[in-house]
Design a binder for this molecule. Structure first.
Ligand code: FAD
Length: 381
């Protein structure tokens, strides 16, 4: 398997990396731990369009660039190095754009074009207080009433939720655990409410609770009929999990760079701490883990770009990369000594941010169980 980048991929990554460092990093620092206002979040996404970040994967038939997922993974990696928060907003726009084919024909001009132009922000809402790892426990209800569905319930942990102009909502249409779940497009004007959640990190992007209280949505907004939603969403998640892994490794690479810099500057026992064997070995381990995680993510993305199902490769890459990323950032804090836990040094923020990645898009435990099931055929859920 060839893991080298094509000349075109290398050029896109190099150009974008410089842009991210010069243009995005200062913004990220300005809004550290503070929600980026929606108009600024949109203008950032608009600026990122030139590189295809986020919606670049949208198919050309919808007006997208049709970028391959490996290039998208590389872009998200570079973006997460300077701002995992902004990278999450892009990731969600990407996820929304991967569902364009499910948007009913008559709604496409109202949603697809504005997302591609970074004029609207969407989100995908599956999780609830009672339905985390067990997605089939979704209880947010869509009840038929004439030409409409009336939606009642709550969603939790929804990325971009507070920013959202619309939601791709996983709702329960009947009591069949899997067959009862469908996907419906709900516009902000239909009347859902959102509240932002304050977290240990990644606070400059929105993670929200969403409330539906007799929200009336036309039946023609149905995107995936009951029974069709789960399979489609599982394929969608498998295609973005390696990218989530790469984003966490982006934070890890930034932390490793900081650790290398600090180890050369900080002197103890009359030499730079880089000259102490345990520090040097730690840096060596960090770099090795970073490479291992990247290679696994690239393998999964390569599988996707060859048009194959990547459930197992993606699950492996997601848990492995996000867990290694946490270890690497933890080591970077350790190398900084007490300075590492102060706001003066960026590793403190990286530590709080990276810790969130083993939860998103399916926890480490759930990914391992999926891999185990692929080996034994035995379902433990
Ligand atoms: C920052 C952030 C952004 C998110 N964005 C979105 C979003 O945009 N849209 C969306 O729908 N959701 C989103 N989520 C939700 C995310 O997908 C869930 O947090 C995740 O699926 C886990 O659910 P939970 O947090 O309820 O944990 P739980 O399912 O309650 O799990 C708690 C613990 O038990 C473990 N566990 C659960 N079941 C098993 C089992 N069978 N065997 C072994 N261990 C098990 C888990 O691994 C975990 O360690 C987001 C979450 C975060 C933190």
């Amino acid at each position: 398997m060839d893991f080298s980048l094509t000349e075109e991929q290398q050029m896109i990554v190099d150009t974008f990396s410089k842009y991210a460092e010069n243009e995005i990093k200062p913004l990220a620092e300005k809004y550290r731990d503070e929600l980026i206002p929606k108009d600024i979040a949109l203008s950032i996404q608009k600026d990122l369009l030139q590189f295809g970040v986020g919606v670049g994967v949208a198919a050309e038939e919808f007006g997208g660039m049709g970028l391959d997922t490996k290039t998208m993974g590389l872009l998200q990696f570079e973006l997460a190095k300077v701002s995992p928060d902004i990278a999450i907003t892009s990731l969600i726009q990407m996820t929304v754009s991967k569902l364009f084919s499910c948007v009913p024909e008559h709604l496409r001009a109202d949603y697809i074009d504005p997302v591609l132009a970074a004029e609207k922000i969407g989100c995908v809402a599956m999780s609830e207080a009672g339905a985390g790892s067990q997605v089939t426990a979704v209880s947010c209800r869509a009840r038929e009433d004439g030409d409409d569905y009336v939606i009642n319930g709550e969603k939790l942990w929804i990325s971009s939720g507070d920013y959202s102009d619309f939601i791709f909502l996983l709702a329960r249409f009947n009591d069949d655990p899997v067959g009862g779940l469908g996907l419906i497009l709900v516009d902000r004007s239909h009347g859902y409410e959102t509240t932002n959640i304050k977290k240990m990190g990644l606070n400059s992007q929105s993670t929200a609770q969403v409330f539906f209280d007799d929200v009336r949505v036309p039946k023609t907004n149905l995107m995936l009929a009951p029974g069709k939603a789960m399979k489609r969403l599982l394929i969608l998640l498998a295609s973005s999990r390696p990218i989530v892994g790469l984003m966490s490794l982006g934070i890890a690479e930034a932390a490793l760079n900081e650790a290398v810099k600090y180890s050369l500057q900080r002197h103890q026992f009359d030499k730079p701490i880089a000259g102490h064997q345990l520090i040097s070995a730690k840096l060596g381990e960090m770099a090795t883990k970073l490479d291992a995680g990247k290679l696994m993510a690239f393998r999964a993305l390569d599988t996707i770009d060859r048009g194959q199902r990547s459930d197992v490769e993606s699950a492996m890459a997601k848990w492995f990369a996000t867990e290694l990323a946490c270890e690497i950032v933890n080591d970077a804090v350790q190398i900084h000594g007490a300075n590492g836990i102060t706001k003066e040094f960026p590793v403190e923020y990286m530590y709080r941010s990276v810790r969130i990645f083993p939860f998103t898009e399916g926890t480490t435990e759930i990914q391992k169980l999926s891999v185990g099931r692929s080996l034994t055929g035995v379902d433990t859920f």
